[in-house]
Design a protein around this ligand. Structure first.
Ligand code: GTP
Ligand code: MG
Length: 195
Protein backbone atom coordinates (compact mmCIF):
# COMPACT_ATOMS: atom_id res chain seq x y z
CA UNK A 1 0.00 0.00 0.00
CA UNK A 2 1.33 3.41 -0.96
CA UNK A 3 0.41 6.63 0.78
CA UNK A 4 -0.14 9.93 -1.00
CA UNK A 5 -1.36 12.46 1.51
CA UNK A 6 -0.42 12.11 5.13
CA UNK A 7 -1.59 14.70 7.58
CA UNK A 8 -1.38 15.11 11.34
CA UNK A 9 -5.08 15.77 11.48
CA UNK A 10 -5.54 16.24 15.19
CA UNK A 11 -3.60 16.41 18.44
CA UNK A 12 -6.06 15.64 21.22
CA UNK A 13 -5.60 16.16 24.92
CA UNK A 14 -9.32 15.73 25.52
CA UNK A 15 -12.08 13.57 24.13
CA UNK A 16 -13.88 16.61 22.75
CA UNK A 17 -10.92 17.11 20.38
CA UNK A 18 -11.16 13.70 18.73
CA UNK A 19 -11.92 13.93 15.00
CA UNK A 20 -15.22 12.57 13.67
CA UNK A 21 -15.68 8.81 13.35
CA UNK A 22 -16.28 8.79 9.60
CA UNK A 23 -13.16 6.79 8.76
CA UNK A 24 -11.64 3.78 10.51
CA UNK A 25 -8.64 3.92 12.79
CA UNK A 26 -5.75 1.65 13.66
CA UNK A 27 -4.12 2.36 17.02
CA UNK A 28 -0.66 1.58 18.40
CA UNK A 29 -0.31 0.97 22.12
CA UNK A 30 2.53 -0.01 24.41
CA UNK A 31 4.87 1.07 27.16
CA UNK A 32 6.52 4.45 27.12
CA UNK A 33 9.66 4.44 24.96
CA UNK A 34 8.88 1.18 23.17
CA UNK A 35 8.92 2.96 19.81
CA UNK A 36 5.29 3.74 18.89
CA UNK A 37 5.99 7.16 17.40
CA UNK A 38 9.13 5.90 15.66
CA UNK A 39 7.08 3.11 14.14
CA UNK A 40 4.54 5.57 12.77
CA UNK A 41 7.31 7.66 11.21
CA UNK A 42 9.04 4.68 9.62
CA UNK A 43 5.76 3.16 8.49
CA UNK A 44 4.66 6.37 6.81
CA UNK A 45 8.14 7.07 5.47
CA UNK A 46 8.33 10.48 7.18
CA UNK A 47 11.27 10.87 9.45
CA UNK A 48 10.05 13.58 11.79
CA UNK A 49 6.29 13.51 11.48
CA UNK A 50 5.65 12.00 14.92
CA UNK A 51 7.87 13.39 17.64
CA UNK A 52 10.11 10.86 19.35
CA UNK A 53 12.56 10.99 22.22
CA UNK A 54 15.12 8.82 23.94
CA UNK A 55 13.37 9.83 27.17
CA UNK A 56 10.12 8.00 27.98
CA UNK A 57 6.91 9.96 28.17
CA UNK A 58 7.30 11.93 24.94
CA UNK A 59 3.81 11.52 23.50
CA UNK A 60 1.30 13.04 25.92
CA UNK A 61 -1.67 13.47 23.61
CA UNK A 62 -3.57 11.28 21.18
CA UNK A 63 -2.28 12.06 17.71
CA UNK A 64 -4.41 11.23 14.68
CA UNK A 65 -2.64 10.78 11.35
CA UNK A 66 -4.97 10.92 8.37
CA UNK A 67 -3.87 8.77 5.43
CA UNK A 68 -5.44 9.77 2.12
CA UNK A 69 -8.75 10.39 3.90
CA UNK A 70 -9.08 6.60 3.88
CA UNK A 71 -8.05 5.69 7.40
CA UNK A 72 -6.16 7.04 10.39
CA UNK A 73 -3.17 5.78 12.34
CA UNK A 74 -3.42 6.73 16.00
CA UNK A 75 -0.36 7.35 18.18
CA UNK A 76 -1.11 7.09 21.90
CA UNK A 77 0.84 8.02 25.01
CA UNK A 78 2.73 5.13 26.54
CA UNK A 79 1.92 3.45 29.82
CA UNK A 80 4.10 2.19 32.63
CA UNK A 81 6.54 5.06 32.88
CA UNK A 82 7.61 5.12 36.51
CA UNK A 83 9.14 8.56 36.65
CA UNK A 84 6.07 10.71 36.31
CA UNK A 85 3.76 11.89 39.07
CA UNK A 86 0.72 9.84 39.99
CA UNK A 87 -1.52 12.60 38.69
CA UNK A 88 0.22 12.67 35.30
CA UNK A 89 0.12 8.89 35.04
CA UNK A 90 -3.58 8.87 35.84
CA UNK A 91 -4.19 11.49 33.16
CA UNK A 92 -2.42 9.49 30.46
CA UNK A 93 -4.12 6.26 31.51
CA UNK A 94 -7.48 8.01 31.30
CA UNK A 95 -6.67 9.29 27.81
CA UNK A 96 -5.59 5.86 26.59
CA UNK A 97 -8.43 3.91 28.19
CA UNK A 98 -11.11 6.36 27.18
CA UNK A 99 -9.93 6.19 23.59
CA UNK A 100 -9.72 2.39 23.49
CA UNK A 101 -13.07 1.86 25.17
CA UNK A 102 -15.16 4.58 23.56
CA UNK A 103 -13.92 4.80 20.00
CA UNK A 104 -16.55 3.33 17.67
CA UNK A 105 -14.41 3.45 14.51
CA UNK A 106 -11.44 1.65 16.07
CA UNK A 107 -10.74 -1.17 13.64
CA UNK A 108 -7.57 -2.74 14.99
CA UNK A 109 -5.09 -2.29 17.84
CA UNK A 110 -1.42 -3.27 17.59
CA UNK A 111 0.52 -3.87 20.79
CA UNK A 112 4.16 -2.83 20.66
CA UNK A 113 6.68 -4.48 22.97
CA UNK A 114 10.46 -4.18 23.16
CA UNK A 115 11.82 -7.44 21.74
CA UNK A 116 14.68 -7.46 24.26
CA UNK A 117 12.57 -7.61 27.41
CA UNK A 118 9.93 -9.87 28.86
CA UNK A 119 6.57 -8.08 28.52
CA UNK A 120 5.34 -6.56 31.79
CA UNK A 121 2.14 -7.24 33.67
CA UNK A 122 0.74 -4.03 32.19
CA UNK A 123 1.49 -5.40 28.71
CA UNK A 124 -0.31 -8.60 29.65
CA UNK A 125 -3.29 -6.65 30.94
CA UNK A 126 -3.41 -4.62 27.72
CA UNK A 127 -3.02 -7.69 25.51
CA UNK A 128 -5.80 -9.53 27.34
CA UNK A 129 -8.03 -6.52 26.86
CA UNK A 130 -7.17 -6.42 23.13
CA UNK A 131 -8.13 -10.08 22.71
CA UNK A 132 -11.26 -9.85 24.86
CA UNK A 133 -12.37 -6.84 22.83
CA UNK A 134 -12.32 -8.91 19.67
CA UNK A 135 -9.22 -7.47 18.04
CA UNK A 136 -6.81 -9.85 16.32
CA UNK A 137 -3.89 -9.49 18.72
CA UNK A 138 -1.06 -8.38 16.46
CA UNK A 139 2.21 -7.64 18.25
CA UNK A 140 5.07 -5.55 16.91
CA UNK A 141 8.29 -6.52 18.69
CA UNK A 142 10.41 -3.38 18.31
CA UNK A 143 14.16 -2.74 18.41
CA UNK A 144 15.03 -6.00 16.69
CA UNK A 145 18.26 -4.31 15.61
CA UNK A 146 19.37 -4.53 19.27
CA UNK A 147 19.52 -8.33 19.36
CA UNK A 148 21.29 -10.79 17.13
CA UNK A 149 19.54 -12.99 14.62
CA UNK A 150 20.29 -16.14 16.60
CA UNK A 151 18.54 -14.71 19.69
CA UNK A 152 15.33 -14.06 17.80
CA UNK A 153 13.61 -17.35 18.55
CA UNK A 154 14.31 -17.10 22.29
CA UNK A 155 12.87 -13.60 22.47
CA UNK A 156 9.78 -14.42 20.45
CA UNK A 157 9.14 -17.43 22.71
CA UNK A 158 9.47 -15.18 25.78
CA UNK A 159 6.81 -12.83 24.40
CA UNK A 160 4.53 -15.71 23.45
CA UNK A 161 4.81 -17.23 26.90
CA UNK A 162 4.20 -14.07 28.91
CA UNK A 163 1.30 -12.85 26.77
CA UNK A 164 -0.08 -16.33 26.09
CA UNK A 165 0.07 -15.90 22.32
CA UNK A 166 -0.99 -19.05 20.52
CA UNK A 167 0.07 -18.12 17.01
CA UNK A 168 3.63 -16.99 16.35
CA UNK A 169 2.40 -15.44 13.11
CA UNK A 170 0.81 -12.63 15.12
CA UNK A 171 4.24 -11.33 16.16
CA UNK A 172 6.34 -9.18 13.85
CA UNK A 173 9.99 -8.72 14.79
CA UNK A 174 10.52 -5.14 13.78
CA UNK A 175 13.10 -2.34 13.72
CA UNK A 176 12.58 1.30 12.95
CA UNK A 177 16.33 1.52 12.39
CA UNK A 178 16.58 -1.13 9.69
CA UNK A 179 12.96 -1.26 8.53
CA UNK A 180 12.89 -5.01 9.14
CA UNK A 181 9.41 -6.42 8.39
CA UNK A 182 8.00 -3.02 7.56
CA UNK A 183 6.77 -4.37 4.22
CA UNK A 184 5.00 -7.28 5.90
CA UNK A 185 3.29 -4.95 8.37
CA UNK A 186 2.33 -2.65 5.52
CA UNK A 187 0.63 -5.59 3.77
CA UNK A 188 -1.17 -6.50 6.99
CA UNK A 189 -2.40 -2.93 7.44
CA UNK A 190 -3.63 -2.94 3.86
CA UNK A 191 -5.63 -6.10 4.55
CA UNK A 192 -7.13 -4.48 7.66
CA UNK A 193 -8.00 -1.26 5.84
CA UNK A 194 -9.65 -3.11 2.97
CA UNK A 195 -11.57 -5.62 5.10
P1 GTP B 1 6.35 7.52 24.31
O1 GTP B 1 5.80 8.55 23.37
O2 GTP B 1 7.16 8.11 25.41
O3 GTP B 1 5.31 6.58 24.83
O4 GTP B 1 7.42 6.62 23.52
P2 GTP B 1 7.28 5.89 22.09
O5 GTP B 1 6.77 4.51 22.30
O6 GTP B 1 6.54 6.74 21.13
O7 GTP B 1 8.81 5.77 21.66
P3 GTP B 1 9.63 6.65 20.60
O8 GTP B 1 9.19 6.33 19.22
O9 GTP B 1 9.65 8.06 21.04
O10 GTP B 1 11.09 5.97 20.75
C1 GTP B 1 11.76 5.94 21.98
C2 GTP B 1 13.26 5.76 21.73
O11 GTP B 1 13.52 4.49 21.16
C3 GTP B 1 13.85 6.79 20.74
O12 GTP B 1 15.15 7.13 21.18
C4 GTP B 1 13.90 6.02 19.44
O13 GTP B 1 14.90 6.48 18.57
C5 GTP B 1 14.20 4.61 19.92
N1 GTP B 1 13.70 3.58 19.01
C6 GTP B 1 12.42 3.42 18.59
N2 GTP B 1 12.31 2.34 17.79
C7 GTP B 1 13.55 1.81 17.70
C8 GTP B 1 14.09 0.67 17.01
O14 GTP B 1 13.41 -0.10 16.32
N3 GTP B 1 15.42 0.43 17.19
C9 GTP B 1 16.22 1.22 17.97
N4 GTP B 1 17.50 0.91 18.09
N5 GTP B 1 15.75 2.31 18.61
C10 GTP B 1 14.42 2.59 18.48
MG1 MG C 1 5.47 8.46 21.37
Amino acid sequence: MKFKEIELEQVAGFKSQWPDESIEEIAFVGRSNVGKSSFINAFLGRKNLARTSSKPGKTRTINFYNIDNKFRLVDLPGYGYAKVSKAEKAKWDKLINEYLHDRENLKEVFLLVDIRHEPTNLDLQMYNWIIESGFTGFIIATKYDKISRNQLHKHIKQIMKKLDVADEGLIFAYSSETGHNIGVINEQVEVIVNS
